[in-house]
Design a protein around this ligand. Sequence first.
Ligand code: 5GP
Length: 198
Amino acid sequence: MIVVVSGPSGVGKTTVARAVVDRMEGVNFSVSHTTRPPRGGEVHGKDYYFVSREEFLRMVDQGEFVEWAEVYGHLYGTSREELERKLRMGDVLLDIDVQGALSVKKLFPRSVRIMLFPPSLEVLKERIRRRGDTPPEDMARRLEKARWELKHYPYFTHIVINQVLEETVEEVCSIIKGERRREFRMEERARRIIWEEG
Ligand code: 5GP
């Protein structure tokens, strides 16, 4: 099962995604490739595969990405190899932007796509401001982009409003548990029990 956690930047995707992966057995994090330089504490191969723009574009040319997008000047992508490797291990969780989530919907219509909403745009603004990576003159554009992204909610399967982190994590875990029991995901096990010899 492919689970996408998406939403506008600053909504808390990465924090939520990491907590869910830590907490849930059988859910593995899809490590993206990026041309963004590492931030303090980020580890190559754990948080991202940090690559040069040349290497990234070579991978695009070779068709190595399932989806990729440019986000605030840097390139980000999910490689086919990473996705397949993580799917062999169990369920896979992708922390990607809204454009990426739309690409995943096209390729994998049965993917679970969770859109994280802020409680309000005012709260989102405050979170972005506190993160300190957005100059005040870029704030209006950033919020406009957030509004545009949130308007794509109908392309998602679930919406979770990220008000209290712990509750959001719980809700996402519950969604994953519920989705695992959908008829089409249980078919093989159901048939095995029905047709079991003896
Ligand atoms: P950050 O630089 O803050 O880690 O991530 C910036 C944005 O890029 C976030 O919205 C994050 O979810 C998104 N992102 C990270 N990896 C991917 C990816 O592989 N594909 C897409 N489309 N977006 C990604």
